[in-house]
Design a protein around this ligand. Structure first.
Ligand SMILES: NC(=O)C1=CN([C@@H]2O[C@H](COP(=O)(O)OP(=O)(O)OC[C@H]3O[C@@H](n4cnc5c(N)ncnc54)[C@H](OP(=O)(O)O)[C@@H]3O)[C@@H](O)[C@H]2O)[C@@H](O)CC1
Ligand SMILES: Nc1ncnc2c1ncn2[C@@H]1O[C@H](COP(=O)(O)OP(=O)(O)O)[C@@H](O)[C@H]1O
Ligand SMILES: [K+]
Length: 519
């Protein structure tokens, strides 16, 4: 697990590290700059000629220090500073003095020479408004250097990207590499900032969790190394009942694929059994394409006793993929929502029904507690909140929290960077896995299946939604590694699930054999 910070949190932890813990700000800056140089070495990048573009804040100070350290190693460095000298921070002033005392000259006019690398140190997390005028022209010029082949290295965050939202404030530097300090920032992972960040490297500078005394960061993400500890434990003497029974209510007259994609994902994630309720027209295709599933198929309308029997059998319900929004589906959703025993995952048309019929929305809300996970894509989210795409674009996190609060549930708000929010919980999960190959029909059905599969294995709703989103993204990456981002389909994502969540036998045996007591 890794924290993802906003600008205020980073400033608060920086300040605590220097003022309370006592590591001087200049030391943090030197460590940050050494981290950048180390990162270039790790990537085998040896620039001969670089341009450092520095602003008047501490981001500029980092830039001057990086230039100085590289000059010590023989790189030819041109220093350029921009901005109002009245605004210079004490650390930046000190960096200017060090350069002056060391005999470097600093330019105030941009030299349009050829450089192998441009260091972007114009604005960091202190960017507070849209860039305009001279700064806008500078950012354009930095990007032009990039187009002509120079490597663009942004310090902390590409200048022009809002560290809190990932929004572009006027114009932003398109970095090839961003080296950030202590922790990643939200703007590195939220779009469009994520696209401008290029490859992200995080360097430790001495700011640690010891500085979280006034509050922990509000966001986190998962990494591959976390997986082993996050996956539900499997009992060696378990049977298919132990690993969970999932009732999938999905599919409609012209939509059978959603049952298959979602149902297969449930089993691929490790749940023991799946039973599908769907119209009779889907029976033959399901029996052929998905023989592992049990079925309850109905002709005109499902019988309440049979629905109830299925609900009594199930540990978890997944409802909505390909369901359609007709009256029969509405009735089905009503039965499911009224039965409050099973935790439930609602996706796709299940959510459209909630949006269209307030009675169903009310029933969902009444389930309350931690028993509901919903997985809306942006269209479904705005329908549920009766808002529009414009508002979604303005403050997505606020809308997602609002929805979680209204339904008293966990919301996995799907998008290129999916957010997971739980009613009443302050921290949010920001997903970092996946790619644009996943923007393909049926991909969301796979996520609903993974979520149901993990929930059936006993996970807590919030952790389950976070892990499902992360695994889904990893499966998307695995699928694209085989088929490419153009050609991959949702079926490829399903097939990649086992690979990304494989608990290797040797790991399993090690867990079993390691004694917990130390002597
Ligand atoms: N110990 C530490 O703290 C460490 C900090 N570190 C580094 O410090 C960075 C944060 O430094 P920072 O807070 O000085 O802010 P920074 O991003 O340099 O810019 C602020 C300047 O920009 C100006 N400005 C803002 N928006 C503008 C606009 N649109 N157009 C024009 N001007 C605008 C703003 O002016 P003002 O808003 O006051 O008018 C102010 O002058 C951080 O990202 C990391 O790199 C590391 O060294 C590790 C240790
Ligand atoms: N550019 C992208 N990068 C990463 N993930 C993406 C991207 N585009 C879509 N996804 C993921 O793909 C899934 C698409 O879901 P959804 O829109 O519900 O598809 P469908 O309705 O076809 O099943 C979501 O989980 C979303 O997060
Ligand atoms: K920067």
């Amino acid at each position: 697990m890794n924290y993802i910070l906003n600008a205020n949190e980073m400033k608060m932890y920086d300040r605590d590290t220097s003022e309370r813990i006592g590591i001087p700000s200049m030391v943090l800056m030197e460590r940050a700059s050494l981290g950048v140089v180390e990162s270039l070495k790790e990537q085998n990048l040896k620039p001969d000629r670089i341009l450092v573009v520095a602003g008047m804040g501490n981001n500029g100070g980092d830039g001057l220090a990086v230039g100085r350290l590289l000059a010590e190693k023989g790189t030819e460095v041109t220093f350029y500073i921009a901005g109002n000298p009245d605004k210079v921070t004490p650390e930046m002033r000190r960096q200017l003095l060090i350069l002056e005392n060391s005999g470097f000259s600093i330019q105030r006019k941009l030299e349009l020479a050829e450089y192998d690398m441009v260091v972007d140190a114009l604005f960091g997390i202190g960017l507070s408004r849209n860039v305009e005028g001279e700064y806008l022209e500078l950012i354009r010029e930095i990007n032009n250097f990039g187009k002509r082949g120079a490597l663009i290295l942004s310090l902390d965050i590409p200048s022009g990207v809002c560290a809190d939202t990932g929004r572009i404030l006027g114009m932003a530097v398109r970095a090839d590499i961003t080296v950030t300090f202590a922790y990643a920032k939200r703007g590195h992972f939220l779009y469009p900032g994520r696209e401008y960040t290029g490859k992200l490297v995080v360097k430790n500078i001495g700011v640690t969790e010891k500085s979280f005394i006034k509050g922990r960061p509000g966001a986190f993400c998962y990494e591959k190394k976390d997986l082993q500890g996050l996956l539900p434990k499997r009992s060696p003497w378990g049977n298919k009942g132990t690993f969970g029974k999932v009732l999938l209510v999905a599919g409609s007259h012209d939509m059978c694929g959603a049952c298959i994609l979602c149902g297969k994902s449930i089993l691929r994630t490790g749940a023991g059994m799946v039973k599908i309720i769907t119209p009779a027209c889907n029976r033959t295709i399901l029996q052929e394409a998905f023989p592992e599933a049990m079925l309850y198929t109905f002709e005109d309308r499902p019988e309440p006793e049979k629905i109830q029997k299925s609900l009594d059998w199930a540990d978890v319900v997944v409802a909505g993929p390909g369901l359609s929004t007709g009256d029969i589906s509405g009735e089905l959703m009503e039965y499911l929502l009224k039965d409050k025993r099973c935790p439930m995952v609602i996706d796709a048309d299940g959510l459209n029904l909630l949006a269209a019929r307030r009675e169903l929305f009310r029933l969902a809300k009444e389930r309350g507690g931690k028993k509901l996970i919903i997985t809306p894509h942006p269209g479904e989210l705005v329908r549920l909140l009766k808002t529009d795409r414009e508002e979604y674009g303005t403050d997505r996190e606020k809308l997602v929290s609002e929805l979680a609060g209204e339904l008293c549930c966990v919301v996995a708000a799907k998008d290129a960077a999916t957010l997971v929010v739980e009613a009443g919980r302050e921290e949010i999960y920001i997903n970092t896995s996946g790619n644009d190959g996943m923007a393909t029909a049926g991909s969301g059905d796979v996520l609903a299946g993974i979520t149901g599969g993990l929930l059936a294995q006993g996970m807590d709703s919030f952790r389950c939604a976070c892990l499902s989103v992360y695994l889904h993204g990893l499966a998307g990456e695995e699928a694209s590694a085989g088929k490419g981002r153009y050609g991959m389909t949702a079926s490829d994502i399903v097939e990649a699930i086992p690979t990304v969540m494989t608990l290797r036998d040797e790991d399993f045996l090690r867990c079993q054999k390691t004694p917990s007591k130390k002597i």
